[in-house]
Design a protein around this ligand. Sequence first.
Ligand SMILES: [Zn+2]
Length: 154
Amino acid sequence: MAEKEHIIIESGDAVQPFQYSVGMHGSKFFNELRDNRRFMGIRCPKCKKVYIPPRGVCGKCFIEMNDWVEVGPRGTIGTFTILRFAFIDPETGGQKPIPYGYGFIKFDGADTLFQHYISVEDEGKIKIGARVEPVFSPDRKGSIRDIEYFKVID
Ligand SMILES: [Zn+2]
């Protein structure tokens, strides 16, 4: 019987810098997050659904939205997972320490779910329906990382 052959695939040292525009709605969302630590959603004028992150057109009514509304900052966990296997974080290129939580959060005043990390400091308190609030980065740059994570507040 042949010995198992180990295959190693490396990406090498290739650097792939890129930039893209987050658009009008994304710019307002990230500027408010960075400058005022506010979460801005957008409401459909027809069905009144509040989207966060904001988008230009209601997915149900197919009409343009321009009615900005502040939501949160507190919300409720809609669903979550606890990650216990390490992997390379594509946003940083480094290995994210485990365990950590990741979930879908429904901000107060919003109708859609917002994805982000959840602190596992009180892991036993993480459950669907648990109340959470954001912990902001002290050095905000206008990115999703301006929120370090959400923590359970109940
Ligand atoms: Zn609508």
